[in-house]
Design a binder for this molecule. Sequence first.
Ligand code: WT7
Length: 652
Amino acid sequence: MSNESLANLLKEERRFAPPRELAAAANVTADAYAHAKEDRLAFWAEQARRLSWEVEPTETLDWSNPPFAKWFQDGRLNVAYNCVDRHVEAGHGDRVAIHFEGEPGDGRTLTYAQLKDEVGKAANALTELGIRKGDRVAVYMPMIPETAIAMLACARIGAAHSVVFGGFSAEALSARIQDADAKLVITADGGYRRGKPNALKAIVDEAVPRCPTIENVLVVRRTGQDVSWGEKDKWWHELVEGQSPEHTPEAFEAEHPLFILYTSGTTGKPKGILHTSGGYLTQVSYTHHAVFDLKPETDVYWCTADIGWVTGHSYFVYGPLSNGATQVMYEGTPDTPHQGRFWEIIQKYKVSILYAAPTAIRTFMKWGDDIPAKFDLSSLRVLGSVGEPINPEAWIWYRKNIGGERCPIVDTWWQTETGAIMISPLPGVTETKPGAAQVPLPGISATVVDDEGREVPDGAGGYLVLTEPWPSMLRTIWGDDQRYIDTYWSRFPGRYFAGDGAKKDDDGDIWLLGRVDDVMLVSGHNISTTEVESALVSHPKVAESAVVGATDATTGQAIVAFVILRGTAASDDGDALLAELRDHVGKTLGPIAKPKRILTVTELPKTRSGKIMRRLLRDVAENRQIGDVTTLADSTVMDLIQAKLPSAASED
Ligand code: WT7
C-alpha cells in the first residue's frame, strides 16, 4: 500500500437491533466488554473455568518471551474428556451430539454416550497401533462422524492431529505428512460428493510411498468402493469395533499440542499452524457460547464448513462439543440432489443456529429466492457468516430469505492462526451493520493502523492488527519459529499483523476490506477490492463479483471487475448493462472506484474453501499466462473465463 491509508468509500446506513427476546435471555450481555476490559487476564482465567481441569491453572499468561505465549501453563486437562465424557457424567448421555446426514440420504444419530464409547474404542485402537503422546496423526477423511471421532481419539491420547482437507491432491497430502512426520494416516475408502463416491484411499496410496514415517493406514469403509490393499492398511471396522469402549483419559499440560493445521497462504510452502490445548479450548468454548448464544438443551446447531478447515475444527468439533451442543453434520454439496438441500436439512432437524460462508450465501442468491421459500425455516434464530467479507447485499439477502427478518447475523472474523473468533457482533447485544464484523469480542484487543503503525482515526482505513495475545492464538509454525516471527510479528513489532485491510467507521466499528495483497492502487488511492465488489453486488442484476487491480500506464493500476449476473439477467452482457454497472459503482463509492473494465462470467476461480483467487484474475486482466491453478476447486473455471475475454468492455 502507499502512504495514504486505505480509502473508506462505502457508507452503509442500515442498522438492525438485536431481537428483544433473544437479548433478554442472551448468554452474554453488554457488561462483558467492560468486565473484560477491567482485567483482561482475570476475564480469561474466568472463562477457563468453563472447562474441567484435572489440575486448575493458577497462572493465566506467560508472555515473557514474545511472540511465544503460554496460557494456563500449570493447568492440566484432557480435551476429549471435556468434549465428551463430562457431558455424560453430568447426566446428558442421551442428548444427541451429532445428527449425521449423508449425501445419499442415509443418516445416523450419535448421542453423547455413544460418542464417548466410539472415542474410547478409537483411542484404544490408536494405542494398539503404537500411537503415543506427542506423535502426529494425519486425518484425510470425508465429512462423516468417524472424522470427529478420530480427532477426539487423538486428543484423548495426546497425539496431535493434522487434518488434511479431503479435496487435496496426493502431493499436498504427502507434503503435509512429511512436514509433520506423521506416523499414521486415518482415511476412508471415499466419501459422497455431488451424487457419486469420490476416492480418498487411492490418493493415500499414492502419497504414502513418499512418506517413510507412516507405519499404518487406518481406513473407514464409507462408500464400499473397491480399494487396493497393502501391508500397512487396516480397516477401521475390524480394528476399532473390537476394542473396549473403556479408556481412561490422561490429563496433559495446557500447552500440550492439540493439532497442526496447514494453511497455504497466497504463495510458498504451506504453514503448519500449531494450536495447543487449554487456551485453545477455553476460547473456542467461550466464543461458541457467546457468539452463537448456544442453549445446549434446546438448540440444534449446524456449521456447514468442512472439518478439514479450521472452522470445522473450532466450530464443529471443539467449541460445540465442549459446550454439549446438539449439531448437524452434512457430508455433501448444497445442490445434491437439488438446490434446496440445505433448507430441507434445516427443516428436517429444526436447526436453530446456522453458520455458513459468504460464498455459499452468494451462490444461494444466484439460485433464487424461490428455493429457500419452499421450506420451513422458522426454527432458525441466529445466523453466522465466516471466511470472507460478506457483501452488504448478501447479508441483507441472508437476513430476509433465510432468517425471515428475525434472526441476528453474526459476521465472525478470524483465521486459522487465531484459532477462534476474534471480531464479531454479539447476537443479544450488538446493533448489527450489514457487512461488518464490527467489534472485538470481550477479552480481545484489535485495531486498525496506518503504514507506520499508528492507530487510524474513526472513518479511516489501514491494516488490521491484534494488540494483545489471546488464548487460542497459534503458538508457532510447526518446525519454523523464525517464519512465525517474520510472518506475523515483524511488520508491526509487538503486534500481530493479520494480513487483512480494514477500516474503522464513524462509530469506531471495524469493517474487513480483504487481504492487503489484493488492495488496488489507483491514481495514488488505495482502494479495497471488497468495497468495489460490494458496490457491484448491490446492483440488483449482479449475484457475485471479483475485482482486481491491473497494471495501467496512466493510473498505476486500473480496476477490472469480473461479475456473475443474477438468474434473469444472466444472458445480458450488452454494453448498456456494463455502463450501468460502472455508473452504479461510481454513484455508490465515487468516480475513483469505477471499474475500467467489466467482464461478465459464469464462474469465479475459488479455492476449495471458497475464497476468490484474485491472483489468477490479475493474470487474465494483465493478459499473462495463468499461474498455478492447483489449489483451485475447479480447474476448468479459468478456461471459461478466458473464453470470455473478447467481450470485455472498457471505458476507452
Ligand atoms: C482469512 C482467514 C476464519 C475461519 C475460516 C477462514 C478472511 C475470515 C472473515 C470475515 C472478512 C474474513 C480474512 C482472514 N476472513 N472471516 N468475517 N470478514 N474476512 O480461515 O482460511 O485462515 O482465512 O479469511 O481475510 O484473514 P482462513
